[in-house]
Write a protein that binds this ligand. Structure first.
Ligand code: HEC
Length: 149
């Protein structure tokens, strides 16, 4: 016997399946950002925030800095596993990539420590250490930048 509800239920399962397939397809590309996306969406704005730290006084300013350091750490962790160029090359397979990327992460780790201790001198020092890996990595992996300089 084919009841009315049997059809409804089948229809519901199909909807559910289509929904799952769709969201699966949507989450995949955003789960793997390209290096350019990491740079523009996270590294650039968050490092600008850290370098701009002047004399943070309120808890809100400190927590903004904390979040900036944490976002750089998260980006570095992601680019340790996947560092995709727009052409699909995965730079993370190269040992020099790993070196620059982990120097950036170490500087962000120190910045995070400094922020938790509210130690401004330590934060400035971490900020100084954050710059060389940017430059070193670009010279080697971002020809567009090294041609300019
Ligand atoms: C481990 C390597 C690496 C580190 C560390 C790194 N970058 Fe990058 N960055 C790249 C690569 C590679 C590109 C170019 C990506 C592409 O062309 O697909 C790039 C691109 C950029 C761009 C865009 C430049 C353009 O060509 O338009 C900016 C801005 C940038 N990075 C800023 C930074 C800053 C600031 C830091 C340090 C806080 C940093 N990057 C650290 C590898 C790195």
């Amino acid at each position: 016997m084919f009841s009315h509800y049997g059809f409804l239920r089948l229809f519901f399962y199909i909807l559910l399946l289509v929904f799952c397939l769709n969201t699966g397809a949507e989450t995949q590309p955003s789960a793997k950002k390209t290096v350019m996306q990491w740079m523009m969406q996270e590294i650039v704005p968050q490092s600008t925030l850290l370098w701009g730290a002047d004399n943070p006084e309120s808890d809100e300013e400190w927590s903004q800095l904390l979040s900036a350091a944490e976002k750089i750490i998260r980006a570095a962790k992601a680019m340790q596993k996947n560092a995709l160029s727009d052409q699909g090359t995965d730079w993370s397979k190269q040992s020099d990539w790993q070196t620059y990327n982990s120097e950036m992460k170490a500087a962000a780790d120190h910045a995070k420590e400094a922020i938790l201790e509210k130690n401004l001198d330590k934060l400035f020092k971490a900020g100084d250490d954050l710059y060389p890996p940017c430059e070193g990595c670009h010279l080697q992996f971002n020809p567009a930048v090294s041609e300019d300089s």
